[in-house]
Design a protein around this ligand. Structure first.
Ligand code: C5J
Length: 228
């Protein structure tokens, strides 16, 4: 047992790296690059690119520690059998889920646009989850995979803050995980929505989880372990 304590909001976050997974939500070309799902909804995807270096630094440090890493992709089967019509037909996007776009079919598993961006590409041995919903736990088998590995804590980063990240945090919280959201490693197309999510997560005594910035985590992880 090697419990580390990170200064966080609303109070310190204590975690044992051996029982903690780094959960990286949907850092896919479909959300971060032009021509994908995010842009088809009318968003400025360049906003999301700003967090990539901070995410890379955390991923590198976590890998160096030998920690469990989970990457998720919002992805549908090519026949769209896992995409409810209510999701596909919602609103007036330029391209709908399954339509051919500049990076292949929008939000469809295996298409170029559906891949995780090269800067954060999964390595062998890391968990990769294709999820049909906004939450990482819905119809994904993620909870079972984490339970098999004895994971009780999640350090979370990714996009978008108020959609897939917040939904995943709430799902994780309901399943008993203690979750830390890294505020400079998550982004939204809407600054106000990101700010509100950070507040909502940590309000009421960490009702959903904790919030901290990645430099504090990196400093903690770089300290030599204390003798037991
Ligand atoms: C959205 C996501 N925003 N990954 N997906 O539709 O947040």
């Amino acid at each position: 047992m090697n419990t580390l304590t990170l200064a966080a909001r609303p109070f310190d976050y204590a975690f044992d790296p051996a029982h903690t997974a780094l959960l990286i939500i949907d850092m896919q070309r479909d959300f971060v690059e032009p021509g994908g799902f995010g842009e088809s909804l009318g968003n400025d995807v360049s906003l999301l690119q700003a967090i990539v270096p901070a995410c890379q630094a955390v991923l590198q440090a976590w890998r160096a520690l030998g920690g469990c890493v989970v990457h998720t992709r919002e992805a549908h089967r090519p026949d769209l059998s896992d995409c409810p019509p209510a999701k596909r037909l919602r609103g007036q996007p330029r391209l709908r889920i399954g339509d051919p776009g500049p990076m292949g079919r929008i939000l469809v598993a295996g298409e170029p646009g559906n891949q995780i961006i090269p800067e954060l590409a999964p390595q062998p041995g890391e968990i990769e989850i294709d999820k049909p919903g906004k939450g990482a736990f819905y119809a994904s088998g993620l909870h079972e995979l984490l339970q098999q590995r004895g994971i009780s804590h999640l350090i979370v980063m990714g996009v978008t803050t108020e959609v897939c990240v917040q939904t995943s945090l709430r799902e994780a919280n309901d399943r008993g995980y203690d979750c830390l959201l890294l505020e400079d490693c998550t982004e939204s197309y809407f600054a106000a929505f990101k700010a509100a999510t950070l507040e909502m997560v940590s309000a009421q005594g960490a009702i959903v989880g904790w919030v901290a910035a990645s430099p504090a985590l990196l400093a903690l992880l770089s300290q030599p372990p204390t003798a037991a």
